[in-house]
Design a binder for this molecule. Structure first.
Ligand SMILES: N[C@@H](CCC[C@H](N)C(=O)O)C(=O)O
Length: 280
C-alpha cells in the first residue's frame, strides 16, 4: 500500500506471527531484489484492551521505528475494510492512534499531543527544542519535536533550492540525536500552506511523510510563523491536511491506497537471528 507514494509492504502477522530478521527486512524492502518499499509493517493481534490491532514498523535497514503515519492510515484502511467498522484504535510503539474513514481512500488519524521536551525527542543533552544550535549548509536552527518518532524541522526560503541528500544526513546523524531524526525541509508558502520534503531515518528521501507533515506544522506554529490550526502540507507525492485541536492533539487526513496483494515468498520469510525489538 502507499500513502502519497510513501510505500509499504504490509504483512498480516495475526494468524501466523511474523518476526523478521534484520536481513529479511532489508531484503523485503529492497526495490531490486525484494518487493520494495520505504518500510515494512507487520499487523499483530492487539496487546492493549479496547484496541483493534497492533502495528510494528521497520525501516529499510531493519531497525524499528515508533511511528509512521502514512503507514498507519494504510493499516487503518485495511482493518476498516476487513471489519466494516467506521473507526478503530491502533497500537503502535509511538502511542495509540484512532483512525476513521472520511470517504473512499481518505483516512483521518486522531493523534495524541506531540512531545517537545529534550529527553522525549530524545536529545543527548538538555537543549531548548525550539531552535537547536545545529547547521548543515542551508539547513540551520532546526526545531525538534517527537511524534513518537524524532523529527527536526528546518525552515528555508525555497524547499526546491535545497540539495537535501547533501545536507540533511549531517543533521540526522548529529551526536546530539542518539536515535537519529527524520529531517524535514519546509517552506511556508502561505499561513495555511507548507511545502515540505523529508529526509527520513535511516537516510532515504520519501515522497511523503505523515509524521514529518505534522512535525512541520507544529514547528511552524511554535516558531510563530503561522497561527493557523488547519494547514495543507504539499510534498512531492501530494497533499496532507493537518489540523491542530484545541487540546493540542492533531488530526492528520490523507489517502491510503492499495497497490497489490499477494503471498510473501518463502525465501523472504527469513528465520535467522531476530533483531532486538524496541520496548514501548
Ligand atoms: N514515513 C513515515 C515515517 C517512517 C518512520 C521514520 N523513517 C522513522 O524512522 O522515524 C510517516 O509517514 O510518518
Amino acid at each position: 500500500m502507499h500513502g502519497l507514494g510513501n510505500d509499504f509492504v504490509i504483512v498480516d502477522g495475526r494468524a501466523q506471527p511474523f518476526r523478521p530478521s534484520a536481513d529479511a527486512i532489508r531484503l523485503i524492502c529492497d526495490r531490486h531484489v525484494g518487493i520494495g518499499g520505504d518500510q515494512l509493517l507487520v499487523i499483530e493481534e492487539p496487546s492493549v484492551p479496547q484496541t483493534h490491532g497492533r502495528m510494528r514498523i521497520y525501516n529499510v535497514d531493519g531497525t524499528e521505528a515508533e511511528t509512521c503515519l502514512n503507514a498507519t492510515r494504510c493499516v487503518v484502511r485495511l482493518l476498516i475494510d476487513e471489519s466494516g467498522r467506521d473507526s478503530l484504535l491502533l497500537e503502535t510503539l509511538g502511542g495509540l492512534v484512532e483512525g476513521s474513514r472520511c470517504s473512499g481512500e481518505r483516512i483521518a488519524l486522531r493523534l495524541e499531543a506531540p512531545r517537545w521536551e529534550w529527553d522525549a525527542i530524545p536529545l543527548a543533552a538538555p537543549r531548548d527544542t525550539l531552535k537547536l544550535d545545529l547547521a548543515s549548509g542551508p539547513l540551520h536552527w532546526p526545531t525538534a519535536v517527537s511524534l513518537g518518532n524524532p523529527h527536526l524541522v528546518c525552515f528555508v526560503e525555497s524547499r526546491d533550492a535545497v540539495d537535501v541528500p547533501r545536507w540533511a544526513p549531517a543533521l540526522q546523524n548529529d551526536p546530539l540525536l542518539p536515535e537519529g531524526a527524520n529531517v524535514g525541509v519546509a517552506e511556508l508558502v502561505a499561513p495555511d500552506r507548507l511545502r515540505l520534503v523529508v529526509w527520513e531515518r535511516p537516510g532515504i528521501l520519501t515522497r511523503a511523510c505523515g509524521s514529518g507533515a505534522c512535525a512541520a506544522v507544529l514547528a511552524a506554529r511554535r516558531r510563530g510563523l503561522t497561527s493557523e490550526r488547519r494547514v495543507t502540507v504539499e510534498m512531492p507525492g501530494g497533499l496532507l491536511e493537518v489540523a491542530v485541536r484545541e487540546d493540542g492533539g492533531l488530526v492528520l487526513t490523507g489517502p491510503a491506497a492499495v497497490a497489490f496483494a499477494g503471498q510473501l515468498p518463502e525465501h523472504l520469510q527469513d528465520t535467522g537471528p531476530k533483531m532486538k525489538e524496541r520496548q514501548p
